[in-house]
Write a protein that binds this ligand. Structure first.
Ligand SMILES: [Zn+2]
Length: 94
């Protein structure tokens, strides 16, 4: 059996464990519903990926839940349309 030749000091152990930790996931924001989503992943809140509907999220919901979800998604979409950057003409007028 292989036997370690020298004792690993606490310092060495600590240094080798320095990179062993869980990094926080990089999240993007869904352009449709503004919820955080993993990149290259379908948004599970609205079921959209790259501007196309991939999953119909409203299928398994009750009538009341459907109404709420549709309202939430529509509101997020509306807000995104309002927050357009100003054009150069608008900026010069101000
Ligand atoms: Zn979404």
């Amino acid at each position: 059996m292989a036997v370690p030749r020298h004792k690993h000091t606490r310092s060495k152990v600590g240094k080798s464990r320095m990179h062993k930790y869980i990094k926080s996931a990089h999240l993007n924001i869904c352009p449709k519903c503004k919820k955080p989503v993993l990149s290259h992943t379908v948004c599970l809140n609205c079921g959209f990926y790259k501007g196309k509907e991939v999953i119909n999220v409203l299928v398994d919901l009750t009538k009341k839940e459907k109404k709420l979800k549709e309202k939430e998604i529509n509101q997020a979409e509306k807000e995104s349309k309002q927050e357009k950057p100003m054009t150069m003409e608008e900026l010069s007028q101000k």
